[in-house]
Design a protein around this ligand. Structure first.
Ligand code: EPZ
Length: 438
C-alpha cells in the first residue's frame, strides 16, 4: 500500500485545476443503465471509485469506452446480469446506485446489501422503502437486496416522503421514477449540486424532472430514455480541500475550474475565520495572505449547510486558529477517525459525543499517521503540509478513491510531498481491509 511523505512548512503558490465531482460521476454513470443508447460523460475524475464503477458496469454487460482519460462512453445495450456482487459493493457503497436503474429498465435487480463502513452503519432502508412505494417487491436474501417490479413489469409513480435527507437515496429513486408509470414526487429530497447534475443528465436523456436542487422533486415517468452527452460538474469537496490547503500554508493559490456557488457555506465560514478569499470569476477562487485565523464553531448539515465531507479538513484548519472551536458532526455517527491521528501530531482536540472541540493555534509536528477513510485522509495531508518536519500518511488508497493525483497537484504548487510505493500495486479495486465509505 502506498504512503505519502510530506515535509511541512511550504506555502502553496500558483494555480490548481479542480477535477470533476466523483459524487456526480458515480450516479451519472449508473444512469447510463437506463437506456440502450450511448451516454457520453466528460470531466470524469480519474479516481479509484470511478474505476470500480466502470468495472461494475462492465460486469453486468455494459461497454465503457474512454476515448480520452476523462471521457466515458457507456452503452448498456446488452445488459445480461442484473446484479451488483458483494465484492464490488463492499469496496464502494455507491454501487447501490445500480439498483434504481436496473429495477426501472429491466424490472429486476439484485444488489449486495452494503455493510457498514468506517464512518457509520450507512443503511439503505430509505432507498428500499422508496422502491416499495414505487410498487416493487423488495426482499433480503442471504445478504442481497432482491427487488422486482410489479407483475405488469413497470414501476408506478408515488409520493415519497423521506424521513431524512439522503443523497444517494434521492438519486436512486429519481432514476427509478424516470421510467415509472405516472408521476413521482420526492419530498424532503436532498438538495446537493450532484443531484441537480444528475437530473440535468436524465432530462437530456428524455426524462421529465422538475425541482432538482429543492426539497421537492417531481418526475413524470416516460416510456423510454435515450442517449445523451454531459459534462460532470467540478468537485466541490476537492475545491474546499484546496481552499483550506492554501489557507493553512499561508500561500497564494488560484483554484480554477470550480463552481464557487456550490461551496457557499464553506466559503462563508472560511471568510468568517479570517481567510482572505476572493472570487476572481465564476470558475476561479483565490486564497492569499497571512491573516491571523480565529476559531469558529461549525455544525455539519445536508446541503446547503456546511458539508460533512469538509468536516475533517476544517478541523485541521481550526488547529491553526486562535481560540476554541466546537465542530459538531450531525450526518454520520462515527466521522472523527482523524482526531486520534491529528492528536499524534500535537493537535489539542477533545471529543464529547458528536462534538469535537479544538484549541488553537498549535504548532503541529510531523509524525507517521494512518488514513482511515477518504476525507480523514485529506485532513491528515493538510496537517502534514503545515506540520514541522516529516509526516508519513499510510494507506493513501483511501484518498485515491476521491482525489485525482492529489500529490501531483500539491507538488505543482510548491508542496514537498511524494508518494512512496510500499508494495508493487495497491489493490486496484479496493480489496482493502476497511470497508468502503463513499
Ligand atoms: C453521499 O453518501 C456521499 N457519497 C457521501 O460522500 C456524503 O458524505 C453523503 O452523501 C452526505 O452528504 C456519494 O454521493 C457517493 P446519505 P450517502 O444517504 O448518499 C442515513 C465522500 O466522502 N441514511 O445522504 O450514502 C445515513 O446513515 C462520501 O465522498 C439512512 O439512515 O449518504 C447518514 O447518516 C462519504 N438510511 C445520513 O442518512 C438510508 O437509506 C445521510 O446519508 C440512507 C441514508
Amino acid at each position: 500500500m502506498d504512503k505519502f511523505r510530506i515535509i511541512g512548512g511550504r506555502p502553496l503558490k500558483g494555480r490548481v485545476s479542480i477535477s470533476g465531482a466523483k459524487n456526480s460521476a458515480l450516479p451519472c454513470m449508473a444512469a447510463a443503465i437506463l437506456t440502450p443508447e450511448k451516454v457520453t460523460l466528460h470531466n470524469i475524475p480519474y479516481v479509484r471509485d470511478i474505476i470500480t464503477q466502470r468495472r461494475l458496469l462492465e460486469d453486468i454487460g455494459a461497454t465503457v469506452l474512454t476515448p480520452e482519460l476523462r471521457t466515458h462512453q457507456i452503452s448498456a445495450a446488452h445488459i445480461e446480469i442484473f446484479e451488483a456482487p458483494y465484492d464490488l459493493v463492499k469496496t464502494m457503497r455507491a454501487s447501490v446506485l445500480a439498483l434504481g436503474p436496473l429495477l426501472a429498465r429491466f424490472g429486476k435487480a439484485k444488489v449486495s446489501l452494503p455493510g457498514g463502513c468506517a464512518i457509520g452503519t450507512r443503511p439503505i432502508d430509505l432507498h428500499l422503502a422508496g422502491f416499495e412505494q414505487l410498487g416493487a417487491e423488495v426482499k433480503l436474501e442471504k445478504g442481497d437486496v432482491v427487488a422486482r417490479a410489479p407483475r405488469e413489469g413497470r414501476l408506478r409513480g408515488a409520493e415519497i416522503n423521506f424521513v431524512k435527507a439522503t443523497v444517494t437515496g434521492t438519486e436512486n429513486l429519481m432514476m427509478a421514477a424516470t421510467l415509472a408509470r405516472g408521476r413521482t414526487t420526492l419530498n424532503n429530497a436532498a438538495c446537493e449540486p450532484e443531484i441537480v447534475d444528475l437530473a440535468e443528465l436524465l432530462n437530456k436523456m428524455g426524462a421529465r424532472i422538475r425541482g432538482a436542487g429543492t426539497f421537492s422533486i417531481q418526475i413524470e415517468g416516460v416510456e423510454a430514455l435515450g442517449g445523451a452527452e454531459h459534462t460532470i460538474i467540478p468537485d466541490r469537496i476537492e475545491t474546499g480541500t484546496f481552499l483550506i490547503a492554501a489557507a493553512i500554508t499561508r500561500g497564494d493559490l488560484e483554484i480554477r475550474d470550480c463552481r464557487p456557488e456550490h461551496s457557499s457555506a464553506l466559503i462563508a465560514k472560511l471568510r468568517e475565520v479570517g481567510v482572505e478569499l476572493e472570487e476572481l470569476n465564476q470558475s476561479t477562487l483565490r486564497v492569499s495572505g497571512d491573516p491571523e485565523l480565529s476559531a469558529s464553531d461549525v455544525t455539519t448539515q445536508p446541503h446547503p449547510g456546511f458539508p460533512t465531507d469538509m468536516q475533517a479538513q476544517y478541523m485541521t484548519l481550526m488547529t491553526q486558529a486562535k481560540g476554541r472551536s466546537a465542530i459538531a458532526e450531525t450526518v454520520f455517527e462515527n466521522r472523527f477517525m482523524h482526531v486520534s491521528e491529528l492528536q499524534r501530531m500535537g493537535a489539542r482536540i477533545n471529543i464529547d459525543g458528536h462534538t469535537a472541540t479544538v484549541d488553537g493555534p498549535v504548532q503541529l509536528t510531523g509524525a507517521p499517521v494512518l488514513a482511515s477513510d477518504l476525507r480523514a485522509s485529506a485532513s491528515l495531508v493538510l496537517a502534514g503540509l503545515v506540520a514541522e518536519g516529516e509526516t508519513s500518511v499510510r494507506r493513501v488508497y483511501h484518498i485515491d478513491r476521491g482525489y485525482e493525483r492529489i500529490e501531483a497537484k500539491l507538488r505543482a504548487v510548491g508542496a514537498d510531498i511524494e508518494r512512496i510505493r510500499e508494495s508493487v500495486t495497491a489493490p486496484l479495486h479496493g480489496q482493502e481491509t476497511d470497508a468502503a465509505i463513499a
